[in-house]
Ligand binder design. Structure first.
Ligand SMILES: [Zn+2]
Length: 363
């Protein structure tokens, strides 16, 4: 499918190992590199679509697992699909549901067919397969979708499990590609979502190399790097990213690192060839009064030293919150009394902080 090799245009390598490019999606262009906040349940927590767009964010990620369980993809579709539902009009990327099935479900059984798990609310048993993951993501109306993979690293560090997961991930990828083609056969190329294949292999570099080769050899539009930031050390994660960086092929496909959002990690990943990242970190930190300031430092606004601080979060920041003069003292007070506006204002700041990092690599 030639269309998969023309998704990126204007690819400009920088001396630091990063690259700038434009990604074409069915919902318009995305300037890379880019950070994508997690709109877990269809919205970025505590923010309207306009507030998210105001930070410079271009793509929002939604979680297939959560939306499948509640309210269900059929309901989301009736409410206008993800774009009509949460009113975000830019491109939306959905994950496969795999990460949550593996990380949140205590009772799960992995077979060749898929993963059976217990619904956390109703208690009924559910099965997600590579095919149903494709169906759910398309039903949700996602513009970029991710293949269903077997994640390791959360509690399975033995080599045997990693190898088994690696092999299964690639058998599942073939099934995802087949199902994706079946579901999108009647769509014009310009209206098809982009399918990302996922590179696994844990911390085993040889498995990572083979996994990348298999994903790059598949009929997918994007390369996703999974199974990192799941409990390993930063050094271990950096070692995998550094190892992979010279192995990416020259196809015009975006590279997406799942689940990484700490500013130094974002810089490291981008300087090792990554184009797209997502994480709950900026908004979750913000709701807990933790914000980034110049130099990637973190400050905790509930600290008593900010009680009478008239300064904004970061005087050099151009976000809505800082530009409008909301002081550290004001925010501290609102956090102390449980006013949700404080979390929203800090989410805006943190998203702008990460988006600005990405913008530096584009210019
Ligand atoms: Zn700010």
């Amino acid at each position: 499918m030639d269309v998969n090799n023309t998704l990126l245009t204007g690819v400009k390598p920088n001396q630091d190992g990063s690259r700038a490019a434009t990604l074409r999606t069915r919902r318009g262009e995305v300037q890379l590199p880019t950070f994508m906040p997690d709109g877990t349940r269809g919205v970025v927590k505590s923010l309207t679509a306009e507030q998210v767009a105001g930070t410079g964010v271009q793509v929002v990620l939604a979680n297939t697992y959560h939306l499948h369980l509640q309210p269900g993809e059929a309901t989301v579709k009736k409410l206008g699909g993800l774009h009509g539902f949460g009113k975000w009009q830019g491109p939306i990327l959905t994950d496969s549901g795999g990460f949550q099935v593996f990380s949140l479900s205590k009772l799960r059984k992995i077979t060749e067919e898929g993963v059976t798990f217990k619904h956390p609310v109703t208690g009924e048993m559910r099965l997600i397969t590579p095919e149903s993951s494709m169906q759910i993501q398309l039903e949700l109306g996602s513009d970029m979708i991710v293949a269903f993979d077997h994640l390791t690293g959360l509690d399975e560090t033995e080599g045997g499990k990693t190898l088994e997961a690696f092999e299964r991930t690639h058998r599942w990828l073939e099934r995802c590609v087949t199902e994706f083609k079946r579901l999108t056969a009647d769509m014009p190329a310009s209206e098809r979502p982009i399918l990302f294949g996922v590179v696994q292999g844990g911390l085993d570099l040889e498995l990572r190399r083979k996994s990348l080769e298999l994903v790059q050899g598949s009929d997918v539009g994007g390369i996703a790097i999974g199974g990192l930031s799941v409990g390993e050390t930063k050094e271990e994660m950096y070692r995998v990213l550094e190892f992979l960086s010279p192995l990416y092929d020259n196809s015009a496909r975006p590279r997406f690192l799942l689940g990484v959002g700490d500013p130094p990690d974002i810089r490291y990943a981008i300087e090792h060839g990554i184009d797209m990242l997502d994480c709950v970190l900026p908004t979750r930190n913000a709701r807990h009064a933790t914000v980034w300031v110049e130099g990637d430092e973190k400050i905790h606004l509930t600290n008593a030293k900010f009680t009478e601080d008239t300064e904004v979060i970061d005087p050099g920041c151009d976000c809505y919150t800082c530009a409008n003069g909301y002081s550290r003292g004001f925010l501290r007070h609102q956090f102390k009394v449980g006013e949700p506006l404080a979390g929203s204002l800090c989410s805006i700041h943190n998203l702008r902080y990460l988006t600005r990092i990405c913008e530096e690599y584009r210019s």
